[in-house]
Design a binder for this molecule. Structure first.
Ligand SMILES: [Mg+2]
Length: 182
């Protein structure tokens, strides 16, 4: 009898983990709005309603051109290797109207496990539980804190998550992930 052993499930956030969305927004803001601070400062400011109007943020977040660039370097070949031993899932909290573009992007860049790309409106909890995600790679404070009792969070170190870096294993990029999986 052939027994199939189910692979361990690993989940990935997309923006800031696989894809430099923040850097795209940063380029746009420096070019079009004369923003002069650091990347970290920009995202602190963008989360401050006294600096930027929520309507403006919404416009940024929904801008389709920010979702069209290249993934971070070496990410796809790294995930191809990882996919030999693990099942991969991509769970992103992007505006739902980016769903089609998001799935097309994964396909275009030939990520493994294309059937496991999911766009959620806000909370990722339901997907993490249903998909039995053992490890989840995240950069955003809100999601890391919400999911920390449901899975093993591994944080990608960013200026916007400095405050919680002492609570989680942290890496500079997913290329270091091998060191964090048991
Ligand atoms: Mg993110």
């Amino acid at each position: 009898m052939v027994r199939r052993v189910k692979k361990v499930q690993i989940g990935f956030d997309v923006d800031g983990v696989l894809y430099p969305w923040h850097e795209r927004v940063y380029d746009y803001m420096t070019r079009n709005y004369g923003f002069r601070g650091t990347l970290g400062q920009l995202f602190v400011d963008l989360n401050n309603p006294r600096r930027y109007d929520p309507g403006f943020i919404k416009q940024i977040v929904e801008k389709k051109e920010f979702y069209r660039g290249e993934p971070y370097k070496l990410v796809v070949s790294f995930l191809e290797e990882l996919a030999k031993d693990y099942e991969l899932h991509y769970i992103t909290a992007r505006p739902l109207q980016t769903s089609v573009a998001t799935k097309a992007w994964f396909k275009e860049h030939k990520f493994p496990y294309l059937e496991n790309v999911v766009v959620v409106e806000d909370s990722k909890s339901k997907e993490i539980l249903e998909r039995r995600i053992a490890y989840y790679i995240e950069d955003r404070v809100k999601h890391a804190l919400e999911l920390k009792d449901l899975t093993n969070i591994i944080l990608v170190r960013k200026p916007w998550n400095e405050k919680i870096q002492d609570q989680f294993p942290c890496m500079n990029s997913i290329l270091e992930l091998g060191n964090y999986l048991k």
